[in-house]
Write a protein that binds this ligand. Sequence first.
Ligand code: PLP
Length: 479
Amino acid sequence: MPIPLIFEQNNPAIHCSHIPKSDIPDDVQGLPDDLRRQELDLPQVAEPEVMRHFVNLSTMNHHVDKGFYPLGSCTMKYNPKVNENISALPGFAGLHPYQPASTIQGALKMMLSLEEWLCEITGLPAVTLQPAAGSHGELTGMFLTQAYHLANGEHRKKVLIPDSSHGTNPASIVMAGFEPVHIPSNERGRIDIAALQNALKPDVAALMVTNPSTLGLFEDQIDEVAEAVHSIGALLYMDGANMNALMGLARPGDMGFDIVHLNLHKTFSTPHGGGGPGSGPVAVIAELEKFLPIPRIKVDGVENPDWDWDRPDSIGRVQSFFGNFSILVRAAAYIRSLGGEGFKNVSETAILNANYIRTRLMDIYKLPYNDLCMHEVVFSADNQSNDGLKAVNIAKRLLDFGIHAPTINFPLIVHEALMIEPTETETLGTLDNFIEVMRRIDQEVNETPEMLKNAPLKTPVFRLDEVMAARKLDVKYEG
Ligand SMILES: *Cc1c(COP(=O)(O)O)cnc(C)c1O
C-alpha cells in the first residue's frame, strides 16, 4: 500500500507548532523586497503525522538495520550503536578544528592511540588519519609513491594493477599522474607471476594489489610478488578495504607491503553509503614516514601532544583540517571494544560465513574460481540465463524477500558476477534464509522467467532506470 505523503495531508486547521507573531514591524526599512521570503507553501499537519511520515520514509529504502545487506566489497556489517553514542559525546562532537592544541589534548591522544592500533593491525610503523575515503587513501598512497621515487631522483611512470583489482585503483593511479598497466590473473584467480615478471620494467613505480582480491581470494603467492616488485626498486601497495578478512590473522606489513590504506567506514564500524563521510587512513613503512601529509601529531615526552607542521619532505595536506574526526572516534571505540582476540573472531567469522554460503549454493550457482574464499564469494549467474535472464534479475528479485542485492557484474573478469559478502554480524538463521531464497529464485528462473524480468514486485518503487536515476537524479516532490 502506498504510504500517504505528508505533502498531501495538508489541513490548515491543524498545527504542529505555534510560532509567536513577529514583533518586527511589517514596514521595516532597509530590507530589499527581493530578499524578503515569500510565504512558504508548507503543509500543515499534526506532530504525530510528521513523526509517522519520517519513520515510514526510513523504511522505504533498504538499510542494514532493517535487513540482510550482502553487497560484496562494501562490508555492510551491523555497526554497534555504542560507537555512535561515543562519537556524539559533547567532548568530541563539540570540538572546533581551530581550537589550540592545548585545549584538545584528549582528542589528540585518541588520534595517537588510533594510529598506534592501526599500526599494530597493519604491521607497519606509521599511519596518517587524514584521507577521507578508501579511494582518497589510494590517491594519497600514490602521492607518497611519487615523492619516494622523486627523492631518489627517479621519474617512474607506471603502476601495475591485477585485473581483479577494485575499480577505484586505476582511477587513483591516473589522478596521481601515473599510467596504469593491467596484469592478468591466472586460472586460479591469482596474479600471474610470469606476466608480472614481464611487466616489471625500470619505469614501474609500484604494484597495487587488492588483498584479498575482489574475487574474495587471498593472494597466496604474495611473498614471491613482493620479492619481484622490490627487486626493481618499486613499492608494493595494498588496497586494504577488504581488511575485514585479515584482522588478527595476517598483517600487510609482514607480507611485504610498503603502503596500505584501510577503510574505517567499512571494517571499523561506521554506517556508510550515499557518499560519506568516510575515512581511509594510510599506513607506511619507516622510509615513507617523512612524506606523510601534514600536520602530524608529535609527542613531547609522554605528554602534551601537539600538531607538527615542520616536515619539509611531506606531500602537504590531502584534506582540510585533520581528517573526518567523528569517524576516527567510532573506529577507536570499535577497536577498544573488540581488542585483539575480538578482531581475530571478526575475521574468522566473516570468512566462515562466506564459505558457508559458497558451499551451500555451489551446486546451483556457477563458481568460476572454486577455492576456499575469504570474506566474500563470487558466483556467476551463467547457470540462470534461461530466457535471457541475467545477474541483475536475481539481484532485483532478492529485494522482494527483504534482502539487499549483492554487488553484480563486478569483478569484470567474472561473467554475470554475483559478489556476496555476508560479514560476521549475521546469524546462521539469516544465512540459511538467504540460501533458501537464492535456491527459490533459481527455481523461478525456469518456472516464471517473465516475473523475474519485472521484479521487484513488492518494493515501494519497482524497476528503476538506474542510469537515469544516477545521471538525472530528481528528488523533488511534485504532486
Ligand atoms: C570500497 C572499496 C574501495 C573504495 O573505498 P571508498 O571509501 O568507497 O572510496 C577501494 N577498494 C576496495 C577493495 C573497496 O572495497
